[in-house]
Design a protein around this ligand. Sequence first.
Ligand code: AMP
Ligand code: GLY
Length: 423
Amino acid sequence: MRVLIVGSGGREHALAWKLNQSSRVSEILVAPGNAGTGGIAENADIAATDLQGLLTLALRRHVDLVVVGPETPLAKGIIDVMWAAGVPTFGPTQAAARLESSKIFAHEMMRKYGVPTAMSNTFATYQDALDHINGMPMPVVIKADGLAAGKGVIVAPTEHDAAKALHDILERRIFGDAGERVLVQEFLRGREVSLLAFTDGVHVAPMVPSCDYKRAFDNDEGPNTGGMGCYSPPGFFDDDEMVRRAIDIAVMPIVHGMDQEGWPFQGVIYAGLMVDGDNIRVLEFNARFGDPETQVIIPRMESDLAEVLLACIDGTLDPSSLQWKPGCSVGVVLASGGYPGDYAKGFPVLGLDRVDPDVAVFHAGTTYGRDKSIVTDGGRVMSLVATGPTMAEARERVYSNVARVSFSDMMYRTDIALREVCC
Ligand code: AMP
Ligand code: GLY
């Protein structure tokens, strides 16, 4: 089977790495990919948002399965375009991907199908929204309805900040059409968990839960990023009973609801959960594999990923057939100094040959230099991921390997999974 993976991050490298181990897969193409995917697959220089270019590639190379990483092509309808041409594709249609591409749509679905979430109201004008927040308990959460490159959620500590966020989104249109409407939401307290699940539109098979770190610096300081590290499983969410309950209250009703409404959801459904004791509420849904969650989940997957993806497409997903490795995994992102702001590129990455063979190196912003060496080419350069019987061992192994890799201005967080091993 020939597989095309769409995307260029660590998530796509992890998917390629796992699919490369499947006896069902004979060839992997990645578009556009990075230096890491180039080492195990064939990169095709086509942007993840170039739907026609990707379709032409899939047809010309007789691709048997397309797997889509990022949200933008899903929201643009890549799944519909591929299926219309007869190319089997893993992921939700444009209509189903609205669970991620419209926060208001997701909220309405949650309300209709009884999924616990934050109290929210929708507004299309600045004045109405402003009147509503007047006297609300702070902080309050303001969410642009559409996709805003991960920047569309603002947690406003004061009414003044909330008014500014509403003005920026609804009047100044800093997110363009994505800010035509906003969701004003109650601030929830607790601990966040990412719970991803495969679904064929009816059956739901959870993956192992994980926690990501969004802030740039240790102790959750600094600006928000695309993710600086991740680990699995969270100690406070590590039993099958809890996962089962979260699937039953948060994921099953939505999968069922999407089917009822005529928009069956096939692919990965990602529930961002806020967990406060026994209380589980949904912060958001994503319609795809998470990044950097995938990099720590995939090394824990025992089952053949290709088989699972095909079962989702065929409508034959059997949740009891999925096998996961016990133990823990920790992933640390190595980023370019200055990220998520301005940073320089083109620095050689040194020491990769000294990384232990059983520590995974998932590339993101990398490319080949003139002499075929690997050089930095993005903000998040790569993740190192180690597994181990305990979190302490996985953590120790990943950081001792991180210390062997270097490039100019390299930065990384030193506290990934620390809260699981100390006080
Ligand atoms: P989202 O894209 O909706 O997950 O929001 C991004 C981040 O904003 C989440 O990971 C949370 O850290 C935070 N967040 C979103 N909604 C809420 C909420 N209602 N209460 C508290 N924090 C929130
Ligand atoms: N880790 C957050 C995301 O993939 O959206």
